[in-house]
Design a protein around this ligand. Sequence first.
Ligand code: GRF
Length: 201
Amino acid sequence: MSAGRSLRLGVLGSGKGSNLSAIFHAIRERQLPAEVRIVVSDVAEAGILEIARAQGVRAEYVPPGDNFRARLSPESEERIVELLRESGVDLVVLAGFMRIVGAPLLAAFPRRIINIHPSLLPRHRGLHAWRQALEAGDSTAGCTVHYVDAGVDTGEIIAQSEVEVLPDDTAESLHARIQVAEHALYPEVIAGLARDRSFAE
Ligand code: GRF
């Protein structure tokens, strides 16, 4: 990375985009030397696309393809790779992206795709991890940022943040507390990677 160049992010998400908002906030506050180049969603009406547009950032909907359920069709995934490449992305940031990443993305961005998951991995992989924590009777929950590999929430852990589970917690209240932790942790971890010059060579 040449001196001073900020890390170029490509963000993939399917939902409301509160983690993307936290990333934009950290960039504005100069806590994160990065630039969001493009945001891609597999959901046409996802809030995350609106958040990107409001910041003047390119926002693209890529239809996921039929009959692939938890995955994108190979064509859709190739299209996303193309968009990320033409945007000069150094690091792919999954922020509520509800698809399992497959071979095209993993091959195009080896060890350059990260995800945030709402549990203290390796506990509670998969969907509704905060509910899994409640049902298991855990006294702590939290979130994890990890590299993405071919599995579901199995990649190498980069950082975690713990939150307390309170006796009167509902799934909603616990999820909300975990999201507050996510909004602090994700920008912090990306800032750490941005300082690692090898990421933007
Ligand atoms: C977060 O809770 C994250 O852990 C999970 O999906 C949710 C995304 O939320 N992977 P948002 O769209 O960033 O608000």
